[in-house]
Design a protein around this ligand. Structure first.
Ligand code: KIV
Ligand code: ZN
Length: 521
């Protein structure tokens, strides 16, 4: 027979904050962050490693692609619960469960409806009584599939408090085991949010039968502070995303929230199950997949987050790290760039290092990645972890319409730049040559001509992955067609090739995005 929990266990459980990651749903909704099914699974595996409590894998009714991704994550991920979002309607809920049922009792239906006057009047065009009835009906239907039901009052922070309390009480009676109070438009401030959660604890009769969750957007830059205030008031689930990606200014950043709790445990006596050493790998994985980097001064995962430049700071650090370091780089999984492999390293060492970095490749992809590593090691004296990350990211891209073949460029101070480019389009080789204003321009023009794309290149950046003149160049491009904007990334020791790879990557993502939009309900 299972032992009754001890007083300490009960106390610990009361202080445990469940981490609900919505990178694959709210995060992925943001411009430029769309991911294909393979990429979503890779992120989900990293979240599993990080030990988050809940992974919101998508919005199953939104498109075929979203449905398949939620289903795949529900089938493959063990450990965290898997949530799927749905509006408060029968079809949405049924479709969500169709995808989530593969997670068994770890599947969570997350249904929502807006409760603020603004949303009810202008968006839903529904009276409050109708909204309340729809919420109850939705939760009852979801609870007929699983006891693991979360209900969200969209725009809760602009909802009249008595109505918010009425809805929350009713959905708990209907079977919701988690009630989410989102700051949908990033409008609240910590003091006010604390009071909203306190009000619900005091005015909702059955509030002890559900976990209070919070979901903060960052429009005023307060999402992490608001989440902490809510936890202090009694919320026990926090919804967040890696790198804080999400609609508009994004969501509460997972790494910032987690490290705030850990670093200030003296006054925030809460715990989470998150393995903090997985924070940097998660951030890098997401950046590599979406091509959208974080700003250098971003807390926890920015390039400068642990850099000490000023002499006075460096002096203090040499005396004692606690002078300017409130957490260690190791605690967030950051270690100095390590020289890992050279041109004499074998396939076995290569595979082992990739596994240590969290990359799992099937045999085909591993072989291709190894060939690229050998070619790179011939060009470059030292191969770093970041180089390996870049190789793996490019080799694990799937679902591609365009593949880059060869590029030949002639250019010079007195020559007109000419590029000859060979591509494969749906497996068929095609080739053309173009003149340009410099070798990058000529190369991209040739690709544009071959792919017949109407997309515009709106941004082009080049940087180096590691230090040294033999470093791989990393090119990031932003390409737009109508309202669709995508980012592409490419790396190579040759920046013309890196530019071509980045452009082809962006065109593949644009193609995928357009395909998904056609499928969207
Ligand atoms: O911001 C929001 O209100 C949401 C809900 C659907 C939870 O994302
Ligand atoms: Zn949201």
């Amino acid at each position: 027979m299972a032992k009754a929990p001890t007083k300490k266990q009960k106390q610990d459980d009361r202080q445990l904050i469940r981490v609900f990651d919505t990178t694959l749903r709210d995060g992925e909704q943001a411009p430029g962050n769309s991911m294909n099914i393979e990429e979503k699974l890779r992120v989900a595996k990293q979240l599993q490693k990080m030990n988050v409590d809940v992974i919101e894998a998508g919005f199953p009714i939104a498109s075929e692609g979203d449905f398949e991704a939620v289903k795949l994550v529900a089938q493959q991920i063990k450990g965290p619960q898997i949530a799927g979002l749905c509006r408060a309607g029968d079809k949405d809920i049924d479709r969500a469960w169709e995808a989530l049922k593969y997670a068994g009792d770890k599947g969570r239906i997350h249904t929502f409806i807006a409760t603020s006057d603004i949303h009810m009047q202008y968006k839903l065009k529904m009276e409050p009584a109708k909204v309340l009835a729809a919420a109850i009906k939705a939760v009852k239907r979801a609870a007929s599939y699983t006891p693991n039901v979360e209900f969200s009052c969209e725009d809760a922070t602009r909802t009249r408090l008595p109505f918010l309390a009425e809805v929350v009480e009713a959905v708990i009676d209907a079977g919701a085991t988690t009630v989410n109070i989102p700051d949908t438009v990033g409008y609240t401030i910590p003091f006010e949010y604390f009071n909203i959660i306190t009000y619900l604890k005091e005015h909702v009769r059955n509030i002890d039968r559900a976990i209070i969750s919070v979901h903060c957007h960052n429009d005023l830059g307060l999402s992490v502070a608001n989440s902490i205030a809510a936890v202090q008031a009694g919320a026990r689930q926090v919804e967040c995303t890696i790198n804080g990606i999400g609609e508009r200014a994004g969501n509460c950043s997972l790494e910032e929230f987690i490290m705030a709790l850990r670093t200030r445990h003296d006054i925030l006596p809460f715990t989470t199950n998150v393995a903090t050493e997985q924070l940097t790998p998660a951030s890098r994985l997401l950046t590599n997949i979406t091509g959208i980097g974080v700003q250098p001064n971003k807390a926890i995962v920015g390039a400068n987050a642990f850099a000490h430049e000023a002499g006075i700071h460096q002096h203090g650090m040499m005396m004692d790290k606690s002078t300017y370091e409130i957490m260690t780089p190791e605690s967030v999984g950051l270690s100095a760039s390590a020289l890992v492999l050279g041109k004499h390293s074998g396939r076995h060492a290569f595979k082992q290092r990739l596994e240590e970095l969290g990359h799992e490749l099937d045999d085909d992809k591993l072989n291709r990645a190894f060939e690229r590593f050998k070619a790179l090691a011939d060009l470059k004296k030292e191969v770093f972890d970041e180089d390996l990350d870049a190789i793996v990211m490019e080799e694990s891209r799937e679902d591609v319409k365009y593949r880059l073949g060869h590029i030949t460029v002639t250019c010079g101070s007195f020559a007109v730049a000419t590029a000859t480019v060979q591509l494969e389009i749906d497996g068929e080789p095609v080739r053309t040559a173009e003149l340009g204003d410099g070798p990058v321009d000529a190369t991209l023009k040739a690709i544009k001509k071959l792919t017949k794309t109407k997309a515009k290149l709106v941004q082009y950046n080049v940087g180096a992955i590691t230090s040294g003149t033999d470093a791989q160049g990393e090119v990031t491009v932003r390409v737009a067609e109508g309202n669709n904007v995508v980012v592409g990334k490419g790396s190579s020791t040759d920046i013309i090739e890196a530019s071509a790879k980045a452009y082809v990557h962006a065109l593949n993502r644009l193609n995928l995005r357009q395909k998904r939009l056609k499928e969207t309900v």
